[in-house]
Design a protein around this ligand. Sequence first.
Ligand SMILES: [Zn+2]
Length: 164
Amino acid sequence: MKYIVKQTGQKGLGIYASQKIAAYEVIAKVDYAREVTPDQPLHEGESYDHQMYLPDGRVFLVAEPICYFNHSCGSNAFLYSADQQYYIISKHTIPADKEITIDYELSAVNGDTWECKCGSKNCRGLHTWDFFSLPKRIILESLPYLDPWFAQVHGNRIKHVLNQ
Ligand SMILES: [Zn+2]
């Protein structure tokens, strides 16, 4: 196992590297606790933030401990899906004991206003939870880390940004 679950301080539980992780390693496969449906909505104690949206419209609740990967505006890992299986992959070398984070905004559109407290030096602070509301520079930097289905579904909007 390349990671352990620990208290972060302010953000609750988080995932930390248990060893040095090289760039572009598969850190974890995302497992689901269950599907969330109108008949089986979220129960008390289950978090909206721990849901994963599949291209076919199904929504799943991410299982522990994978649900404890926190967001950061300066993330060191990203999500990638192939054949509906999600993976968490390192963007660059992650030293042992460093928190492993992903940028939740890379798969968000039309989200609520959110005050991020990730602590990254490039933290976006108070902003709308929507990939396309990000500054163009951040959108371009993030393109290699977009999930393939998000890039496909929102291809028109990405093209619009590229043509600006
Ligand atoms: Zn932030």
